[in-house]
Design a protein around this ligand. Sequence first.
Ligand code: PAF
Length: 280
Amino acid sequence: MDICYTVKEVRTKINEWKKQGLTVGFVPTMGYLHEGHKSLMEAARAHNDKVAVSIFVNPMQFGPSEDLKTYPRDFNRDIKLCESVGVDLIFHPEPSEMYDDNFCSYVDMNGLTAELCGKSRPGHFRGVQTVVLKLFNIVKPDRAYFGQKDAQQLAVIKRMVADLNADVEIIGCPIIREADGLAKSSRNTYLSKDERAAALILSKSLDLGKKLIEQGETDAKKVIEAISNNIKTEPLARIDYVSAVDFNTIKPVDKIGKSVLIAIAVYIGKTRLIDNFITD
Ligand code: PAF
């Protein structure tokens, strides 16, 4: 497995592979890898000749009062996880390698970023889109893998790729959960024992919403209300949002039909967690 710290090193390796006609699957990450990332790497491993993973805590996607400084990092552990899946290349740049002193170009979007995390975290998706397009330009993958846990991110990246004709296929992969239902996230590590127990309210409340829909409820307001009321029964939880939007456009819906994203963001103590499901 190659570990590259510069754009030049990555390009040299990728160009070698491309000359041999090999396909490249890419998993962009911010490190502190868990089973969720592993499932993306396994999907990339299964469908491509070579697998590249980036590990970069992207400063541009964090707001001024967010957790950039404390975001968990463990590069040595990440290396082992990548090796265990048969990853061929890790790109682990310093921020200065990605953003030089004169950096001033950004990728932004109208529409899909107006709701959900885009509303709560202004500038977040501009940072995500900018770094992801840069990474695509550096790695030139045939396919790139994103988790459905960040469903709005997945929709935004798909839209960006279509709008800007980026030559890469975007593959969405299912949410990976702990045995008790909590969606895997690097930020779960912030939770105390009590908060970890309280965090189950996210998946439990979504399950309740899912059940209502399965029983025939199509009124988005009623589903949102039921989910919200259930979250409020947990004293350590504070709702950021509970929303029902079209998965492709991220526009709020009144009626729940196919491809509706039911998404929640909830603070458990100081930790902001997200989770969701998409209707069939
Ligand atoms: O989902 C993430 O970990 C990040 O937003 C990403 C896609 C790696 C961009 O920094």
